[in-house]
Structure formats: structure tokens, C-alpha cells
Ligand binder design. Structure first.
Ligand code: AHG
Ligand code: MN
Ligand code: MN
Length: 369
């Protein structure tokens, strides 16, 4: 039996599609989630508008300040942060929020005790790409407020990814797309840019429902300038891909690197692939580049809802319980067959042995001449 939820939402607007997806959820909770996602969608439509105006809207350049993690902020990082936090502050279902661009979690002045949800987000992902006019994005995750009736402290946010009620990203590319899951499969919506010039709310229209990531792929994405810092299982996996049909995989692979995780994940949603930002030894204090709560966990939920897999090498990303708000983790996600293989390499006692060694010992079948 096909247990997948299969609503025919293509062509519907966001709220109508969400009502359809959340048909089995009690009315108040459904309304809460619809309003919260609607608030996020409206803020992101505004970010899209500003990003598309570039220098004309002051979207380029450095803000001449850093975030709590010591990273230089761009003007658009700051603008996006303000637009999203203001939208969440107005939403009566949101008790608190936390962001890459704020050191501490924020409690809603008006809805801190009664709000149902905590929202965690990366307001602007891929900010190094803004001036190059390359795709950028926003990533968000909606968690339950675990101590409703009291205000959420930072501990309330320390929930593993499998607790997420919804997650999504917005990709500001040639078209602006929102990719969303309420744990009932993955929806893709396109922003109708003509709606930005009217008086009403932005119009998001469902372009695809129940996105599936192919299990097999020949495409991977990794920043190879870090190669000398990678651990052995990733060295082995990438070496085998690069060896192509002359290596043990006996097929050629293609490589891409956009440096905007949102764009990489969307390519994987579209045609499969593997995205890796693995653990490396550059800075032993940082076990990875990407942040667990507002990059890794929401992307993991989306990828798994589309049939893919998301791990840190040995564990599922959604099983990791955060210790701190800005915790970093290794991220390996995408087409299931390849992620299973990479997890296998991490578990393999022979992982230190390169494929070349296997090849010279004739342990692998040689490709046909
Ligand atoms: P952010 O702009 O929010 O700091 O995130 C950028 C992330 C991610 O989007 C991307 O995959 C990665 O950093 C790029 O890293 P490199 O600079 O190593 O390419
Ligand atoms: Mn980011
Ligand atoms: Mn960011």
C-alpha cells in the first residue's frame, strides 16, 4: 500500500495547500502552523524583492559589524534578519526564535508564554555570493514550544531535528521558490513576483507536491580546497568518484559547488546528488562548517521527507541533540544509495585503505577496456 500522503495541491496558493496537507491536524494547530508559515513566507517575499533590487536597495556590501560567531555580516544578512524577526514577533503563535545572526534566543514580548512554536532560522544563506549575483537563500525550522505556559528559555530550543513540526527553505534564484515540509512530503512553491507590486500579501503558488530525490546519482558537491583536512572515509569516497569509470565505481561522476547550501540542496531535490560539508581538521574546535539547528536539521527533514538521507557520517542528523544554539556539525546528505555508501565507509575498518591499493591488489573488478 502506498502510505504517502498525495494531495493534489499543484496550482493552489500557500495557505490553501497547507490546509490540504494539514487536514488531519486539529483546527487550532493547523491554523497556528498556517499563520506561522504565512508570516515567514511574507518576510521572505520581501527579502526576495530587496535581493532582486541589488545595489539599488542597499542589498550589497558589508554591514561593518560581525555576528556572535565572529563572521562579518553583509547588509543583506542584517536586513533579512530584521524582516524575519519582525514578522515572527507579530505572529501570535510564535513564543520565541533563534537565528544565526543573533547571539541569544529571543522571547516574544507578547506571545512568549502562549505561542505554540519556536522558530529557528538562517536568514541569509550563502551570503558570500550576494555581490556575485549567485543564488542565495533562507532556511527555517519550526519546533514545538516544549514548556507552553511559561516563556521558552534557551534549553527549550535544544531539541533534536526529529522534533521539527515543519521546515523549509526559500531560494532566491532566477525564480524565488519556497520548499516546505510539514512532515507530509515536500512541496515546492513559486513566488508570483507580480503580486509584490499589489497591496495584498505575496502570492506563492504550488509548482510541485511530493518531491522525490532519486536514490541513485552521479553528482556530488564538496569544497575540494579543504581536501587535505578531510577524514579518511571522505577522502576515499571523493577519490573513487573522481577516478570515474577507471576506478572502483566504474562510472563517471560530475561535481558542482555553489557555496550556497540552499542552492545545492535544491539541485539535489531537482535531480539527485550528494552534498558534503564534512568534519575537517582546519579548526579542531569546529567539527564542521554548518550549523545544526538552522542549517543541518531543517535540510535533513526536507531531504528525508523527499526520500533522501542526511547524516554526519555515522549518525542521522535528526538524531543529534544540540548542546548550544550555534553548534556546528558535519553534513552529508542527498541521494540515499550514496549516503548509505558513505556511512558504510565511516563504519568500514579498512577505511584507511585507498581504492588504489584495492585496485593494485585486484580486489575490485577492473572496468572493461
Ligand atoms: P552562511 O552564508 O549562512 O554563513 O552559510 C554559508 C554556508 C553554506 O551555504 C555553504 O555551503 C558554505 O557555507 C560555503 O562554504 P565555503 O565558503 O567553504 O565554500
Ligand atoms: Mn548558512
Ligand atoms: Mn547566514
Amino acid at each position: 500500500m502506498n502510505t504517502l500522503f498525495e494531495p493534489a495541491t499543484v496550482g493552489m496558493e500557500l495557505d490553501q495547500a497547507l490546509a490540504c496537507h494539514l487536514g488531519d491536524v486539529p483546527a487550532q494547530a493547523s491554523q497556528g502552523l498556517r499563520d506561522t508559515l504565512g508570516a515567514m513566507a511574507q518576510a521572505c517575499a520581501r527579502i526576495s524583492e530587496i535581493a532582486s533590487q541589488g545595489v539599488l536597495a542597499g542589498a550589497h556590501g558589508l554591514a561593518e559589524r560581525s555576528n556572535s560567531q565572529g563572521e562579518a555580516q553583509k547588509n543583506l544578512d542584517v536586513i533579512a534578519e530584521e524582516l524575519i524577526s519582525m514578522a515572527l514577533a507579530r505572529c501570535r503563535h510564535v513564543a520565541g526564535w533563534a537565528s544565526e545572526e543573533q547571539e541569544q534566543a529571543q522571547v516574544s514580548d507578547d506571545h512568549g508564554t502562549q505561542g505554540r512554536y519556536l522558530v529557528v532560522y538562517d536568514p541569509l544563506d550563502g551570503s558570500s555570493n550576494i555581490e556575485a549575483n549567485i543564488s542565495i537563500g533562507t532556511i527555517f525550522s519550526i519546533l514545538p514550544h516544549p514548556y507552553r505556559g511559561t516563556t521558552p528559555g534557551e534549553m527549550g530550543f535544544m531539541q533534536p531535528g526529529h522534533q521539527q513540526i515543519a521546515a523549509g527553505y526559500v531560494l532566491y534564484g532566477p525564480a524565488t521558490l519556497m520548499v516546505l515540509t510539514c512532515r507530509r512530503g515536500v512541496l515546492v512553491l513559486t513566488l508570483d513576483r507580480t503580486s509584490l507590486y499589489g497591496a495584498g500579501p505575496a502570492r506563492w503558488v504550488v509548482a510541485q507536491d511530493q518531491v522525490r530525490i532519486p536514490a541513485a546519482t552521479r553528482e556530488f558537491a564538496i569544497n575540494t580546497s579543504n581536501q587535505r583536512f578531510w577524514e579518511k572515509p571522505i577522502q576515499r569516497y571523493v577519490a573513487e568518484c573522481v577516478a570515474g569509470d577507471a576506478g572502483p565505481r566504474m562510472k563517471d561522476f560530475n561535481m558542482r559547488w555553489v557555496a550556497s547550501m540552499v542552492a545545492e540542496v535544491h539541485r539535489i531535490m531537482t535531480r539527485g546528488g550528494v552534498f558534503m560539508y564534512p568534519r575537517d581538521s582546519r579548526e579542531p574546535r569546529k567539527p564542521g562548517r554548518l550549523r545544526l539547528m538552522y542549517e543541518a536539521a531543517p535540510m535533513a527533514l526536507l531531504v528525508e521527507q523527499a526520500g533522501g538521507r542526511a547524516v554526519n557520517g555515522t549518525s542521522e542528523l535528526m538524531d543529534l541533540v544540540p548542546d548550544t544554539l550555534h553548534q556546528r556539525v558535519p553534513v552529508i546528505l542527498g541521494s540515499r544509495d550514496e549516503i548509505d555508501r558513505i556511512v558504510g565507509y565511516h563504519a568500514d575498518p579498512h577505511e584507511n585503505v585507498s581504492w588504489q591499493l584495492f585496485k593494485t591488489r585486484s580486489l575490485f573488478v577492473q572496468p572493461q577496456a
